[in-house]
Ligand binder design. Structure first.
Ligand code: PLP
Length: 400
């Protein structure tokens, strides 16, 4: 009988994947299910990026490259950090792997000893918790309620810091809430970090390019360069350039940490895909103007979803600054009874019922560490979103 290693314990694959798989199975059975679960843009990878990859294949760039990114890719990454974030990194201070997820994984594996704590504002992308656990660390989730805009406050950070604290992990704009930190939100947190030099800062800037209205994206290291010896800035091409399947993420940080991350990668995946590296160089070096049009399209969808949700009795949705998610409270629906006579006890019950009764797949807040909420990914067409929201509204109207 298979006995999992202690480090895996009872960890399962993510709840989001489970729900998506159930929804897809219903679809195969002929049900017209609309899936608002996936964390990926519905746009296509731009042609100039695809062409760069095809060119690389034709030129025979199909062999191993340097372990954590070719010199050309590292040049493009350093240029990106300088151009877009005002960050200056040496070649020894940047690294690339198979997704931002691998960057986070490499960093945790390279830095955590058993019991080392990682402070994680929640609700959060659940992978953070499991990556820390697999690396032997102890995640310390810090609740960040809607009243605080789902953002970590300086007081909550100060209270969470303990002798074993190793990292603070921040994600802005956030998956699942879409909440983003401006300079005014980061500054008080940085002040707290100055009082605790043993705590390092890991920032996940994956949704940097997906921000709305007059919100201005900023990354903490740009606000305070003195953090450089203890800050890892993680990013990737998946969300900005609609490249989720290509698998390329990158990070900038202190050379010793970057070297440790390369050791982890050298005995797991080796170099990122050579063809993908050519595509990523084209993405980072190439035209950026199409991002604005995509942003505008995401903003229209956000407005459509937030407006429709807030019209539903029992649902309350904050207007997010970025990413392509809404994270709405369904507190007003908990305790209500479905036409089949089922009492909705939790956000999971609600999401199960919406899938059964309304053919719409959304993800319960419990999957991200805060209930009763549900996440909608609005990276899908306005027509589908309109239909899905009409179905949710009609279903909720049938609750008593
Ligand atoms: N960070 C956040 C907050 C995400 O939501 C995701 C993907 O869902 C990732 C990182 C991982 O991105 P990648 O495709 O680069 O591994």
């Amino acid at each position: 009988e298979f006995r999992p290693a202690d480090r895996i314990g009872d960890l399962g694959v993510s709840e989001i994947l489970t729900i998506t798989a159930r929804a897809q199975a219903l679809r195969r059975d002929g049900r017209p299910v609309i899936i608002l679960g996936a964390g990926e843009p519905d746009f296509d990878t731009p042609d100039h990026i695809k062409e760069a990859a095809i060119g690389a294949i034709r030129r025979g760039e199909t062999k191993y490259t340097a372990l954590d990114g070719s010199p050309e890719l590292k040049r493009a990454i350093r240029a990106k950090f300088a151009r877009e974030n005002g960050l200056s990194f040496a070649a020894s201070e940047v690294t690339a792997g198979a997704g931002a997820k691998q960057m986070l994984y490499n960093a945790m594996m390279a830095s955590l000893n058993p019991g080392d704590e990682v402070i994680i504002p929640t609700p959060c992308w659940t992978s953070y918790l499991d990556i820390v656990r697999i690396a032997g660390g102890a995640p310390v989730p810090v609740p960040c309620p809607a009243e605080d805009g789902f953002r970590l406050t300086a007081e909550a950070l100060e209270a969470a810091i303990a002798p074993r604290s190793r990292w603070l992990l921040l994600n802005s704009p956030s998956n699942p809430t879409g909440a983003a930190y401006g300079a005014e939100h980061y500054r008080p947190l940085i002040e707290v970090l100055h009082r605790h030099p043993q705590v390092w800062l890991m920032v996940d800037d994956m949704y940097e390019h997906i921000v709305y209205d007059d919100f201005r994206f900023v990354t903490p290291l740009a606000l305070d360069p003195s953090l450089k010896p203890r800050c890892l800035t993680v990013n990737g091409v998946s969300k900005a350039y609609a490249m989720t399947g290509w698998r390329l993420g990158y990070a900038g940080g202190p050379a010793a940490l970057i070297a440790g991350m390369a050791v982890v990668q050298s005995q797991s995946t080796s170099c990122p895909c050579s063809v993908t590296q050519a595509a990523a160089i084209a993405a980072l070096d190439g035209p950026q103007d199409f991002l604005a049009a995509r942003r505008d399209s995401f903003a229209r969808r956000r407005d459509l979803v937030v407006t429709a949700l807030n019209r539903i009795d029992g649902i309350d949705c904050r207007r997010p600054e970025g990413a392509f998610y809404t994270f709405a409270s369904c507190a007003g629906l908990i305790g209500r009874t479905t036409p089949e006579g089922r009492v909705l006890q939790s956000d999971r019950d609600l999401c199960d019922w919406l899938l059964d009764a309304a053919d719409v797949a959304v993800v319960p807040g419990s999957a991200f560490g805060l209930s009763p909420y549900f996440r909608i990914s609005y990276a899908t067409s306005e027509a589908e979103l309109t239909e899905a929201l009409a179905r949710i509204a009609a279903a909720c109207a049938r609750l008593s």
